[in-house]
Design a protein around this ligand. Structure first.
Ligand code: FO1
Length: 335
């Protein structure tokens, strides 16, 4: 067997939110390590995640970045797989003290290990580093096998304007009210003044394939697409753009994306989300869209919108299933 150098693997760029995106990225990393091995356990492919920062916030004087942290902890194997967010083996001694002092939100738990991340990030930011630079330093602690880029270094926090007119930070609406407060609109603060973080536009332009992870289409992928310059980069990149439906059988896989979708008048269905993203030939972002076998009858609607439909199992029930989903997404890129 000649030691033929395996052809260098593809440059893959993934637009991602938190929990669903983290699992997808873990599967993608496993797939490329198997499909494009570098001979020492890594891969000749490269994966760059462009991560939503709209969920981010200042709390107890610390900068919290939930989606960056969910992805980092998951790829590091340090995530609480059951709760879906935060650290494995977490404790809450400090948050008990914060509560006693009336500091922070008593409905938003900052675990002791998690606080280590927020303190590290905040200390880098206070030293004058950008969020991208702070993220590079924090993630270098682990060999994640994926480069994490915040979509922007500007603060673009998602707020929920309730039907009542009340203005809530997304995290309060999501964790305190469990998305039950009726929404008039979602607003990302400073969105129109924000710019993509360094390397983000290049990661889209130079990719061999761009993937949209099965993340919340409104507050995660939607926020990323709302950063000025991102949509243009997606419409002009030579890379095919393939999305994975976060909806299976008319229901969200996890989280409360259905509450977000209904707030913007989009049905909670695999085809409605694809049509919401629109085809690239139609000024949107998608070339292809993965839907579950449960939704196979929706494929013609997706195809009629100029988006190639790929019907594959979408449930990421375990690591092999997640790796297979990633393989299916890459396969859908090739027309
Ligand atoms: N989600 C909850 O439902 N309750 C919490 O107390 C909570 C705390 C928390 C702390 C740090 C962090 O990074 C995430 C946290 N989350 C919590 C999850 C968070 O709301 C989600 O990860 C996303 O922001 C929602 O997309």
């Amino acid at each position: 067997m000649s030691n033929l150098e395996s052809a260098p693997g593809p440059q893959i760029t993934v637009l991602s939110g938190g929990v669903g995106g983290a699992r997808f990225l873990r599967g993608l990393r496993e797939h490329v390590r198997a499909a494009y091995p570098d001979g020492s356990g890594g891969s000749t492919a490269s994966i760059t995640a462009i991560v939503n920062t709209g969920d981010d916030m200042w709390l107890t004087g610390l900068r919290i970045a939930p989606d960056l942290d969910s992805i980092m902890y998951t790829l590091a194997g340090e995530n609480d797989e059951v709760r879906g967010w935060g650290r494995l083996g977490e404790s809450e001694r400090v948050s008990g003290e914060l509560r006693a002092y009336g500091v922070g939100w008593d409905w938003f738990t900052l675990g002791d290990l998690d606080l280590g991340t927020h303190i590290a990030r905040t200390s880098y930011l206070r030293a004058g580093l950008t969020l991208s630079e702070a993220t590079a330093r924090i993630t270098s602690r682990w060999d994640l096998g994926v480069r994490l880029l915040p979509v922007t270094d500007d603060e673009v926090e998602t707020h929920v304007i309730a039907q009542s007119g009340e203005d809530l930070h997304f995290q309060e609406w999501w964790t305190r009210h469990r998305a039950t407060v009726p929404v008039r609109e979602f607003v990302q603060r400073n969105l129109s003044e924000s710019t993509p973080a360094p390397e983000v536009l290049a990661a889209i332009a130079e990719a061999d394939v761009v993937l949209l992870a099965p993340s919340n289409p409104v507050v995660s992928i939607g926020t990323i697409l709302g950063i000025p310059g991102i949509r243009h980069a997606l419409s002009t990149t030579a890379a095919p753009v393939v999305g994975v439906s976060p909806i299976i059988g008319g229901a969200v896989v996890r989280g409360m994306a259905d509450a977000c979708l209904s707030a913007i008048g989009v049905a909670t269905s695999a085809d409605a989300v694809a049509l919401h993203y629109r085809s690239r030939v139609d000024g949107g972002v998608l070339d292809a869209w993965l839907i579950d076998e449960l939704d196979a009858e929706l494929a013609p609607t997706v195809e009629a919108a100029g988006i190639r439909a790929s019907v594959v199992p979408l449930w990421m029930t375990d690591a092999p299933r997640s790796a297979q989903l990633a393989a299916d997404a890459l396969a859908a890129a090739a027309p």
